[in-house]
Design a protein around this ligand. Structure first.
Ligand code: NI
Length: 192
């Protein structure tokens, strides 16, 4: 296992629709190693998730995991390591909230993105078993962010209020208290 380089905005793979992974490919040493490396890379960078496009591989694999002591997103509820292959997202309600997001591939910037608050994700787990999960609130937002990557979409594309764009430093100084209040409300209301 090893930590791979995270590619940044401007790299063409971030803008490419990633291709489906066949059951044979998923069982291969190459894809299994990619998954292990993505987990290592995500953890080393303290991300809440990582999509294969972000390590320069245009295949439909993403990982989501929020550690209880994540320094980048202290307000996010913990979420166990989940590897999704060929994920499909279905929204379960019309509820939407703006979430302040950042991205390891868009260093230095944050912005508010409207996300569905209740979703179901159907996917293959890393052993190829069809699985599904329901996610709500901030966790639902994390899945939408990672699945967007697999379609070549970055959070910047979905920022509706451009005045919400800020550097991490300005966010810490000016936006963090308000967003943390809102984030607590989302966790209370949606449980995620
Ligand atoms: Ni991202």
């Amino acid at each position: 296992m090893s930590v791979r380089e995270i590619v940044e905005i401007g790299h063409p793979t971030l803008r490419r629709r990633a291709r489906e992974v066949s059951p044979e490919q998923l069982a291969s040493a190459e894809i299994q190693r990619l998954i292990d490396d993505m987990i290592d890379t995500k953890r080393a960078a303290h991300g809440a998730g990582l999509a294969a496009n972000q390590v320069g591989e245009a295949v439909r694999v993403a990982v989501v995991e929020v550690d209880p002591d994540n320094p980048r997103y202290p307000y996010k509820p913990p979420f166990p390591l989940t590897v999704v292959v060929n994920p499909e997202l279905e929204r379960l309600s019309d509820e939407q909230e703006a979430i302040d997001e950042g991205c390891l591939s868009v260093p230095g910037l944050r912005g508010a993105v409207p996300r569905w608050m209740e979703v179901r994700v159907s996917y293959l787990d890393r052993s190829g078993t069809p699985s599904s999960l329901s996610a709500s609130g901030l966790v639902a937002g994390s899945f939408q962010h990672e699945l967007d990557h697999l379609d070549g979409v970055l959070f910047l594309d979905r920022v509706s209020d451009r005045e919400s764009l800020s550097t991490w430093e300005q966010w810490e100084r000016l936006r963090r208290p308000e967003f943390e209040r809102r984030a607590r409300g989302i966790v209370e209301r949606y449980g995620g």
